[in-house]
Design a protein around this ligand. Sequence first.
Ligand SMILES: Nc1ncnc2c1ncn2[C@@H]1O[C@H](COP(=O)(O)OP(=O)(O)OP(=O)(O)O)[C@@H](O)[C@H]1O
Ligand SMILES: [Mg+2]
Length: 505
Amino acid sequence: MGTPIVIAKKTEDTTQDIVLHSQLANRHGLIAGATGTGKTVTLKVLAESFSRIGVPVFLADAKGDVSSLAKAGESNLKLDERMKNLNIQSIPFEASPVMFWDLFGKQGHPIRTTVSEIGPLLLAQMLNLNDTQESVLSAVFRIADDQGLLLIDIKDLKAMLSYVSEHAADFKAEYGNLSPASLGAIQRNLLALADQGGDQFFGEPALDLMDFLQTDSQGHGNINLLAADKLMNTPKLYATFLLWMLSELFEQLPEVGDLDKPKLVFFFDEAHLLFDNASPALKEKIEQVVRLIRSKGVGIYFVTQNPLGLPESVLGQLGNRIQHALRAFTPKDQKAVKAAADTFRANPEFKVDQVITELAVGEALISCLDEKGIPQIVERGWIMPPHSSFNPISLDERQALMKQSIMAGIYEQSVDRESAHEILQNKVAERQQQAQKAELAKQQAREQERLAREQHKEAERATKQRAKLINDTVGTFAKTAARSLGGSTGQKIVRGLLGSLFGRK
Ligand SMILES: Nc1ncnc2c1ncn2[C@@H]1O[C@H](COP(=O)(O)OP(=O)(O)OP(=O)(O)O)[C@@H](O)[C@H]1O
Ligand SMILES: [Mg+2]
């Protein structure tokens, strides 16, 4: 038996509730509507409702306004009037247990993962690679695997890419053509990603996704809030990161039967970013993850201005739908309105496409699955007021909550263990050392040779000098002797003198 979550009051008759059944919350959902129509407030109402029944939530805070979940609401004139209209006596204002996360480590506990966990497909998406470059990147991952080189951070991948570039010819037979142009493009885009903050995101300690599945001491599900304001400037990084989380959750969570309530609910704000320029392979993967993840007890709620930004195959899987107002100024708008209206099970009481354009702020067209899992007839309703505040928390309040958090200190300090970068650096250092040794040996050999040559020359010079000396001495002496002895005797004396002269040496 699940719990009915009251999300709205029927506009026609505010004594009647519109509910979302917790046991069907893993059949995914959609929150759509033009800007300023109440999507974020609806997201908050859903998130805190899930939290209250003990379901942990993950959501991205695109504008910083969802942080208000961490602060209890307060009454004000506007709200009091709305409550009166909705037949609500009072609201138990309270804060939800919020855990702050931030890829950049500033507005929340840092989130990191390793390059190898992201894998070549998602990384290719992050790096904006074409098909050829993507297959080269896959080969680089395979080479790293085969050589036992760990790819943890961007430094590792950079080192790996240079290593593969240097040895592309050796790898060709086994891994195919690793063209310098493709490797160069990957290296360049990697630098850009590092500049966008990727260098902080890739590293260790890597996030343990099970940390997102916690409840607090009261049994309320933690709301894991990702600061995404800065991240939104780099849509690729944002979309790929969330996708990575989904696929990891899918891989790590066990298959579960029908549950009373989901294990985790995941809100995907600005959901169209997921699909903008996504490769067909990636789109297929997203559709597949969305389809299969519900059997792991995870519900995904897409939040977007225009539902047509989502592929039909995904849209068709979203069982619980909340459609806020859409504008119908241009023919393109009108087409979007018509398409959004057509996704609902019609209500004979009103024309859906007309009502979509007339909805007030905080009002929506809603169709959730009934207890049998069948889409209910679309109803027009006022979204319930949130129990949390309408005002975002201050930086000081955020810091205080982060300090108190049970996650404080676990992920703050990054560690850099030995991986591809260090190993390849060592290899290079080793090679350099060997080259230095060889160079030294060569120099020594040259020096010895030079010395030998000099000694030889010296000896020659000495010989010549001696010879000259002898010559001079013998010359004078012999001449005198020969002169005095005359004839052949003179010759003998010369030989004898020469012998004794050399013998003195
Ligand atoms: N259910 C509600 N109850 C009371 N007030 C609401 C409700 N929904 C919206 N509002 C009011 O409308 C304002 C705008 O709503 P919200 O921020 O949810 O719009 P949005 O659709 O998320 O806009 P954007 O696309 O710009 O993010 C809120 O700040 C609040 O004052
Ligand atoms: Mg919003």
